[in-house]
Design a protein around this ligand. Structure first.
Ligand SMILES: [Zn+2]
Length: 394
């Protein structure tokens, strides 16, 4: 089954919050909600949809306007997970790159979730949000709307196999991820029934396995990282299996995107063969905006029935990439895909590539150090480049 992404010029999902929403967000913590905030979110989503339509982007998201952080909307809605507002820092694994930064900053507590019971999806994650978004576009565009959702591995990576769940409830990681997979599949099924055909799972964890510093830390802590990587691949596959033939599910991975900061470094070589071949997803949104993600050589492991969305534009600064630069980067990737596989023509390689920014513009509500005008120019530039590279498709 080869399910292709919905367009050649794409983006990872989150967009800068408009001023009104930004100012209101500042007044509330992540758990609070108010009618004024809801109204501002509704309005921000309308503006985000118009922006994407005007620029000619075919995959439209709600910009994650209703979220404080990209991972909101899943774990807090699951039965079996409890919110812990102040978990002591020693309950977090210091080898995880963004947690290492918290240790370095002297942070003593952090909010998190703990699994203290059997996981069940008692309420939808994003169905309501999808229904709202759906009303803002013509019927024929509904199938291209994209819903982004946090990876099932998000809380496990920071707490490890010993502190993520009550071991009297789940005996091992696979039992925990199996039930999470059921919850995700129920969500995917309901979204599908409402017309959704395009889901992106956001997973910063995979790129952490490209970081030598994290792997060394895991070894010191006695964690078998190869085995953990396999566990995380199975965790995603529990979520995506048995999806309908016309449902595209992609996976985005990067090295962190917190107000423009990243947390880890290292090329994809260490994980490329496994993630490209063993993950049961249709496309990979890969960070490729700076040398911290390494070169394109790991792309040689890409099988012929999956797509890569090259994140060759940066959202971490307002500096605008030229069309020539973007075309050159795509050519480089095509060279790698062709030179390493004699059965792949340049047309085949181009067919397997899309372009996007390396991550969202606002993985957290505060956003990256870039303004609305620069965001608009960048997204427009992507569409412009895609039209030159793929004149018949973009
Ligand atoms: Zn990202």
């Amino acid at each position: 089954m080869y399910r292709k992404p919905h367009c050649k010029a794409d983006h990872v999902g989150s967009l800068l919050r408009p001023r009104e929403l930004y100012d209101l967000r500042r007044q509330y913590d992540t758990a609070q909600c108010s009618p004024a905030l809801k109204t501002a979110e509704d309005e921000a989503i309308k503006q985000a949809v118009v922006l994407q339509q005007e620029l000619g982007l075919k995959t439209i998201t709600d910009g994650e306007m209703r979220r404080a952080c990209f991972f909101d909307g899943v774990f807090e809605k699951l039965e079996g997970m409890i919110y812990i507002p102040e978990q002591p820092i020693y309950m977090f694994k210091s080898y995880i790159p963004h947690i290492a930064m918290m240790y370095a900053m002297g942070i003593e507590h952090s909010p998190t979730f703990f699994c203290n019971g059997k996981i069940k999806r008692k309420q939808p994650f994003y169905v309501q949000e999808f229904q709202y978004l759906k009303r803002l576009v013509p019927c024929q565009d509904v199938s291209s709307l994209k819903v982004t959702m946090c990876s099932p591995t998000w809380f496990h990576q920071r707490h490890g196999s010993d502190l993520t769940y009550d071991t009297s409830v789940y005996k091992c990681d696979d039992e925990y991820f199996y039930d999470l997979g059921i919850a995700y599949r129920e969500e995917i099924k309901e979204l599908y029934e409402k017309g959704c055909r395009n889901i992106q799972i956001d997973d910063p964890t995979f790129c952490y396995f490209c970081s030598e510093a994290m792997l060394e830390g895991m070894e010191k802590a006695g964690v078998d990282h190869e085995s953990l990587l396999d566990t995380y691949i199975r965790a995603i596959n529990y979520c995506t299996r048995d999806r309908p033939a016309d449902m595209t599910i992609s996976l985005h991975m990067c090295r962190g995107n917190f107000k423009g900061a990243h947390f880890s470094e290292g090329g994809y070589e260490r994980i490329a063969f496994k993630v490209f071949n063993m993950l049961d997803v249709d496309a990979f949104y890969l960070e490729y905006d700076t040398e911290r993600a390494g070169d394109f050589m790991p792309l040689r492991h890409l099988p012929s029935n999956k797509t890569i969305v090259l994140g060759i534009m940066t959202t971490k600064s307002g500096k605008l990439e030229s069309v020539e630069y973007l075309k050159g980067r795509v050519e480089e990737a095509v060279d790698v895909l062709c030179c390493t596989n004699p059965f792949r023509s340049r047309e085949d390689a181009l067919d397997q590539i899309c372009i996007s920014p390396q991550c969202g513009f606002a993985s957290v509500w505060e956003g990256n150090p870039i303004n609305q005008y620069e965001q608009r120019l960048k997204l427009g530039r992507l569409v412009e480049a895609a039209r030159e590279i793929w004149p018949s498709e973009a």
